[in-house]
Design a protein around this ligand. Structure first.
Ligand code: AMP
Length: 194
């Protein structure tokens, strides 16, 4: 049985961490538009160059670009997808609905990771420190200054998706402040009952 889910929540809520667990445990395919855009940037494609500055300012890149990236991946097919960091605007949400319908897929659940804003800045600083200690590249947008712009973009453009999916009856919420394993088990129980 295939299953398609969206992980929704502000930057630093733990979407990427939970997505990776679902990849390992259930063989789902993680579609992170943030990862795709960073890959485009580091490989120096035209699109990567165009979006780099926007990303560094903590703003959203155009709907057209991210919808194009997702379309390419959906057309390849897969056992089921975890959308991580997509959709981030109402236009993206509508486009995803249409793309899923076109490719014969449906959306099984939208899982909102609820977190406190205060705690998020601390998580981002920690993520940057851990990457640096591990000798991995530190994300340029993981600074407290850019982070507050990313959070503002989230409230302005992405938070309305909570109401959008609630109205469709697709929204499920988990406590994103709980320990990582606890969050994973709350997600697992949603997936096993949807
Ligand atoms: P993320 O790794 O999900 O935090 O994304 C990093 C950055 O990539 C964001 O701050 C945006 O600039 C850009 N980005 C990622 N996903 C999207 C999206 N769905 N729509 C617009 N911009 C995005």
């Amino acid at each position: 049985m295939t299953i398609n889910i969206i992980l929704l929540g502000p930057p630093g809520a733990g979407k990427g961490t939970q997505a990776k667990r679902l990849v390992d445990e259930r063989g789902l395919v993680q579609l992170s538009t943030g990862d795709m855009l960073r890959a485009a940037r580091s490989s120096g494609t035209e699109m990567g160059k165009r979006v780099a500055e926007v990303m560094d300012r903590g703003e959203l890149v155009t709907d057209e670009i991210v919808i194009g990236l997702i379309r390419e991946q959906l057309e390849k097919g897969g056992k089921g997808f975890i959308f991580d960091g997509f959709p981030r605007t109402l236009a993206q949400a509508d486009a995803l609905g249409a793309l899923l319908a076109e490719t014969g897929n449906s959306l099984d659940a939208v899982i909102e990771l609820r977190v406190d804003d205060e705690a998020l800045v601390g998580r981002i600083v920690k993520r940057a420190e851990q990457s640096a200690a591990a000798g991995e590249p530190v994300r340029r947008d993981d600074t407290p200054e850019v982070f507050s712009d990313r959070l503002r973009e989230y409230y302005k453009k992405t938070a309305p998706l909570i109401g959008y999916y609630y109205a469709k009856g697709d929204l499920r919420s988990v406590d994103g402040m709980a320990a990582m394993d606890e969050v994973a088990s709350q997600i697992a129980s949603i997936l096993d009952h949807s």
